[in-house]
Design a protein around this ligand. Structure first.
Ligand code: TA6
Length: 305
């Protein structure tokens, strides 16, 4: 969809604006005293978050596609209604169709020095061609007054039959050098090691460090994670609700080289800490019920004391 750059989303004090972003895709920009964020209506894809007085916390590839039929590489892709390849049909979009669907902006709500945008995706003939279920997704992107970013995805079963989903808010964080960072919070948690035959392992007491391709689905955990990037001076907290899986991923050299929308030399500058419900943590929704998953991202350096 090519946005009309002059189109303002109805919002008090003009805090939000839809303009033409990369590839001519419609981009909603949120600006408030607590920070700034960018959300493409394509996939309701957050591509940028800068807390007030701070620096960009998210990572996007310089080679990302910005096309209606492809996912944006970086930021926070919404993986729904399945995480990873479709379990039965590899021809279906990886990580589901939500991130390659056109979402609608429902509202913009200022919250003191913060600001929130709500976007929506409902079952339509296109989604039904991938997944024949009646659903509504409501996604709130909130810049909180304390300078944190909260992303909240509500799934509603609007049909007459139960369905099962797996999902993720697949957040890409920018780092100085992934070989110098640590992630704490998952000590003792069991995980699926996707780069070692999907074997089940258990995280020790030591922080997660990176010296190779890393792709782990930590299971049955509601823990906060902390990304320590001493070289970049960052300490980023990732907290969550409604999520029992956390995915940690860096493609390293070979996999980065195989991805057309990922620069060969970009892998040291990013790491994914994904708030998810995957594998054994799938979620079943009965007719008329709803499920909420949320993640809150904050850099302690930029939180008002
Ligand atoms: O969350 C990690 C992961 O499942 C990896 O296996 C890798 O495939 C990554 O997602 C990116 O997937 P994508 O479909 O966006 O290339």
């Amino acid at each position: 969809m090519t946005a009309d750059p002059s189109k303002h989303v109805p919002s008090p004090e003009g805090l939000a604006e839809i303009e033409q972003g990369a590839g001519g895709l419609a981009k909603l920009t949120l600006r408030c005293p607590a920070g700034e964020a960018e959300v493409y209506l394509h996939g309701a894809h957050v591509t940028s978050f800068v807390p007030a007085g701070g620096e960009e916390l998210l990572w996007c590839s310089r080679k990302s596609w910005f096309q209606a039929d492809k996912p944006i590489r970086g930021g926070v892709p919404i993986c729904f209604p399945w995480f990873g390849p479709h379990p039965d049909d590899a021809a279906l979009p990886g990580h589901g169709f939500a991130r390659v669907s056109q979402w609608q902006v429902d509202s913009i709500d200022p919250a003191g020095p913060g600001l929130a945008a709500t976007l929506r995706l409902e079952a339509n003939p296109c989604t039904r061609s991938f997944w024949d279920r009646a659903f509504r997704l409501v996604y709130e992107v909130r810049i909180q007054p304390d300078g944190a970013l909260r992303l909240r995805l509500t799934t509603q079963n609007t049909g007459s039959e139960a369905f099962e989903i797996t999902e993720a808010l697949h957040t890409y964080f920018g780092v100085s050098d992934v070989r110098q960072v640590e992630i704490t919070g998952l000590a003792g948690v069991e995980y699926i090691d996707k780069v070692d035959g999907a074997n089940r392992k258990r995280q020790g007491d030591e922080p997660i460090r990176f010296d190779r391709e890393t792709d782990r689905v930590y299971l049955d955990t509601q823990a906060d994670c902390v990304l320590h990037d001493p070289q970049g001076g960052r300490v980023v907290t990732v907290s969550k609700d409604g999520s029992n899986s956390t995915v940690v991923w860096n493609p390293w050299t070979a996999k980065a080289g195989r991805m057309e929308d990922f620069g060969d030399d970009e892998w040291p500058g990013m790491v994914c800490i994904e708030t998810a419900n995957a594998h054994v943590n799938a979620v079943t929704l009965d007719p008329g019920s709803e499920h909420v998953i949320s993640t809150t991202i904050s850099d302690r350096r930029y939180q008002p004391v």
